[in-house]
Structure formats: structure tokens, C-alpha cells
Design a protein around this ligand. Structure first.
Ligand code: SF4
Length: 241
């Protein structure tokens, strides 16, 4: 019997998926390059509607010219725009970066604040950006980052029925223990890039196939050959962290 049917609750299935994602991607670092929390904030703003790979192509020169909040806040706007042009929406991104950096200088002594509430006061910063910065710069699990991969996979895995990122995040926060929120997001992003791609999910080689209610929608049903373990509790997760 498929574990999709055997595991009774959505939460148990989510926990089982998390266990497998941790085995698949034991090391799952942030794929944006940065040296400081300010640089991560800027790189994350740049990653909107853009690949991390592209962002990593522009940030070396950007951070060489403007390494911190003070330099970015007082940068020539046109030069800033040209440096980030290839990431798309460069005019609004440049404005947001500069305004955010001014605000960091004015309200936070040039550093990135460590709370969701404070981060959301910065121009160009919504929950997705704030979650990435808190999770990767400070190790604070304040929410679940919902990017295009997390959105797509959470839908395909039957863990949410919502399309709106805020509602998806709320659903996922209810299913997963708080310390795992960012672990979940980053590994689901890795899986979305490697296996469950937007146009052609590779269900035939997906280690989550027996947990995924939409696996048979993409390819003829195939056995993965992996035996699903029994459902797992929150406490059992501790052993594989
Ligand atoms: S089984 Fe297919 S749709 Fe489900 S997570 Fe894996 S690749 Fe994506």
C-alpha cells in the first residue's frame, strides 16, 4: 500500500518528507553568495524574479564597489542600477536597496535587524526575503520561505491548497516544527531544482514519489524501489538534525 494512503495525516507526511529531504540534501547551504547580513539582504532583494546564479554573477562587483549599508546608501543611483541591471527590475531594486540601506543606517546602526517585525519595515522586504535573511544570516527560524519552488512543490505534494504565499506559509508552519522551517524551505528548493522541476518533474527518480499524491499525474506510476518507513514524530527528527 502506498504510504500516501498509509500515513493518515498531512503532518505525518510532511515530517516524513522532511526526513527524506535531509537525507537527500544533508548539506543545503544558501545558494546566494554573501559575506555579511547586509550583503545577504541585498542579494535576496536582487533574487526576486531572478535566478541565484545570475545574482551571484553581479554581486562580486557590486559588493566590491559598495560593501556595506553606508556605501550602498550613498552610492550613485545610476551606477547602482547599471551594476544590477541584468537581474531585471533593476530600477525598483536599486531604489529599494538604497532606501533599505538608509533605513538600516538611520534605525539600526547600519546592521540588519534580527526580527521579522523590524525587517518588514524595510523597503523591498517582504516575508520571503525576511525569512531567508533571518534563517541564513542569523539562524533564526521565523517562518517558512515560500519561493517559486516551495510554492510548486508544496502544491504537488498536497500540503496546501492555497496559491497565495502568505497562506501557503501559514499551512506549512502548522505542519512542521518551528526549528525545521528554514531546513524545509532550503531543501525543498534544492529538490525543486534537481528533480521536481516546473515543466518536467522527474517522478520516476523522485525519492518522494510514494509520498506524493500527484506523482502519477506526471508519469506512469512507477515503484521507486524505496521502502517507506513508518510515520515519524517531531521528537524523532532530533536524531537526524
Ligand atoms: S513525485 Fe513528482 S511531482 Fe511529486 S515531488 Fe516528486 S517529482 Fe515532484
Amino acid at each position: 500500500m502506498s504510504i500516501v494512503r498509509k500515513i493518515a495525516t498531512k503532518q505525518q507526511r510532511a515530517l516524513e518528507i522532511l526526513v527524506r529531504l535531509k537525507r537527500l540534501y544533508p548539506e543545503a547551504p544558501c545558494t546566494l553568495n554573501y559575506q555579511t547580513p547586509v550583503q545577504l539582504l541585498v542579494a535576496t532583494i536582487l533574487s526576486a524574479q531572478c535566478t541565484d546564479q545570475r545574482v551571484n554573477q553581479v554581486t562580486p562587483e557590486l559588493f566590491r564597489r559598495f560593501p556595506d549599508a553606508a556605501a550602498l546608501a550613498s552610492a550613485d543611483l545610476e551606477e547602482l542600477e547599471q551594476l544590477i541591471r541584468s537581474t531585471g527590475f533593476y530600477r525598483s531594486k536599486a531604489k529599494n536597496i538604497q532606501r533599505a540601506c538608509w533605513q538600516l543606517l538611520t534605525n539600526f546602526a547600519g546592521t540588519v535587524p534580527q526580527s521579522m517585525e523590524e525587517l518588514l519595515t524595510l523597503p523591498g522586504v517582504a516575508r520571503k526575503t525576511a525569512n531567508v535573511v533571518l534563517g541564513h544570516a542569523y539562524g533564526i527560524s521565523a517562518g517558512v520561505t515560500v519561493d517559486t519552488h516551495v510554492k510548486r512543490l508544496s502544491d504537488r505534494l498536497g500540503l496546501t491548497q492555497h496559491k497565495d504565499p502568505i497562506r501557503i506559509e501559514r499551512d506549512l508552519m502548522k505542519l512542521l516544527p518551528q526549528p525545521e522551517w528554514e531546513n524545509w524551505s532550503i531543501r525543498l528548493i534544492y529538490h525543486g531544482r534537481a528533480v521536481c522541476q516546473a515543466r518536467k518533474p522527474a517522478c520516476d527518480r523522485c525519492a518522494l514519489a510514494d509520498l506524493c499524491p500527484t506523482a502519477s499525474c506526471w508519469t506512469p506510476t512507477q515503484e521507486t524501489g524505496k521502502t517507506a518507513t513508518s510515520s515519524i514524530t517531531v521528537n524523532q527528527l532530533e536524531s537526524i538534525r
